[in-house]
Write a protein that binds this ligand. Structure first.
Ligand SMILES: CSC[C@H]1O[C@@H](n2cnc3c(O)ncnc32)[C@H](O)[C@@H]1O
Ligand code: ZN
Length: 433
């Protein structure tokens, strides 16, 4: 299928853009051509011609860390720290979740992410066949892990068994939009020998790993007391970093930890809003980036944010570290934009070039309406995207060349059915709606 998309401007990557009218030729799932000015040839050769003269095209945003079906738990456990939140508020409700709930909760997350310009997300949760089915139906790109907890024999074996089966069923499914990674939850729920088994499984299946690491001071203190090592050093000693790893958070890491992350090629997902809301702290992203660590951006789940808005994460990434370091040059707009696009793509193990708009790259494209007052004057469009724009500016979304949203209407989901089913399910397992 050949689509011609004409727009008012394009941000191709954090380093290249077209400040005026341009055209994008999409052939099936890829960008075939992208250039300034109108398309010179006959428009009759296209199956679909989409004209958005006041739109800014940019690469789809990549949510590098989350738990999609936690949309069902939005508002649960506000204003308490991580361990209280997890053990007293979240885990008891998660024990009541069903596959059906994970399906509809994930669809709700997909709706929210499409609406706000996310084209690829990661997920680490339970009953993941239902999450994968929802992701496939939504049309989004997804990097999915079956969450693994190894605190007892039954749970540990189930995590290995479920991961094997899930990888066989879903890796490269949905025309390759879905990929699978291993999902050991965290060092405090996965004993050392289990983390080593996960590392061995990663080697056997040829699949990367995503894990929560060094999120709180308490986690680090406990790791030092129990293993005589920081969570980063401990994960390395267990063999995890001999394989591709995406580490979520890395809030409390020292320079030795950062050197290990860089040397081992560990990717990091920075979740500024979740880290602030759970009072975990602020990750030393400027130091990690200066050391050459690949850092993407994530929202974490909707119960520790409480939305899935990557524009907010970009704005936080570009301002929070300036304030913490009292350095206006810390995490400049281009860096924050790269973290939400091309660096995010690298962080979640997508092929080189994903997260940019260029011929040959996947047609994962988001359009923003530039008629809003906060786009005026059109001085520096990337600056406006990071410091002024928001999810409400998103009008159209393409993933792999397919329109998922057109002029604000989501095309792949029955949003009213999602609204109804989520209300029904939430009333069942939490007695509220
Ligand atoms: C084993 S499935 C994933 C598991 O992770 C929990 N979770 C959600 N957010 C966080 C976070 O920020 N740190 C640690 N664990 C988190 C989620 O509730 C699931 O139980
Ligand atoms: Zn998380």
């Amino acid at each position: 299928m050949r689509t011609l998309l004409t727009v008012g401007a394009v941000i191709q990557s954090s380093e290249s853009w077209i400040d005026g009218p341009a055209h994008i030729v999409i052939e099936d799932d890829r960008i075939a051509a992208l250039a300034a000015g109108p398309y010179a040839g006959p428009q009759s050769e296209f199956d679909l011609v989409i004209r958005r003269p006041h739109a800014l095209a940019l690469p789809g945003l990549i949510n590098a860390h989350g738990h999609a079906a936690m949309t069902l738990l939005r508002g649960v456990g506000d204003d308490v720290p991580l361990f209280t939140w997890l053990h007293e508020r979240i885990f008891p409700l998660e024990a009541k979740l069903t596959g059906e709930a994970v399906y509809w909760g994930t669809l709700l997350a997909c709706w929210e992410m499409i609406r706000s310009g996310t084209t690829c997300f990661t997920d680490m949760y339970m009953m993941m066949d239902h999450a994968a089915q929802a992701a496939a139906e939504s049309g989004l790109r997804a990097v999915l892990s079956w969450g693994m907890v190894g605190l007892d024999e039954a749970s540990a074996e189930a995590g290995i068994r479920n991961t094997r089966r899930f990888a066989a069923a879903w890796h490269k499914a949905a025309d390759g939009r879905i990929t699978v990674t291993l999902g050991p939850h965290a060092p405090y729920t996965c004993p050392p020998a289990y983390l080593t088994r996960v590392a061995e499984l990663s080697a056997e299946l040829g699949l990367p790993i995503q894990i929560h690491l060094a999120e709180t001071r308490q986690e680090v203190a406990d790791s030092l007391a129990r293993y005589g090592a920081s969570p980063i050093v401990h994960a390395d000693r267990c063999g995890l970093f001999a394989h591709p790893v995406l580490a979520a958070h890395c809030v409390h890491v020292d320079d030795d930890d950062i050197a290990i992350l860089q040397h081992r090629g560990v990717r990091v997902a920075h979740n500024p809003q979740s880290n602030l809301k759970l009072a975990s702290g602020v990750a030393p992203v400027a130091r990690m980036r200066a050391a050459g660590v690949t850092v993407g951006l994530g929202t974490d789940g909707a119960a520790s944010n409480n939305n899935l808005d990557m524009f907010e994460e970009m704005r936080l990434a570009a301002t929070l570290h300036k304030g913490v370091h009292e350095d206006a040059a810390a995490i400049p707009a281009r860096e924050a934009f790269a973290m939400a696009t091309e660096l995010g793509a690298r962080a979640v193990f997508l092929p080189e070039g994903h997260g940019t708009l260029a011929p040959g790259q996947p047609a994962d494209i988001v359009l923003l309406d530039m008629t809003s007052p906060h786009f005026i004057p059109p001085r520096d469009l990337l600056s406006h995207v990071v410091y002024a724009a928001g999810a409400d500016d998103v009008t159209d979304v393409f993933v792999a060349g397919r329109m998922l949203m057109a002029k604000g209407e989501v095309l792949t989901l029955d949003t009213e059915r999602i609204r109804y089913e989520v209300r029904r399910l939430v009333s069942l397992f939490s007695g509220s709606s």
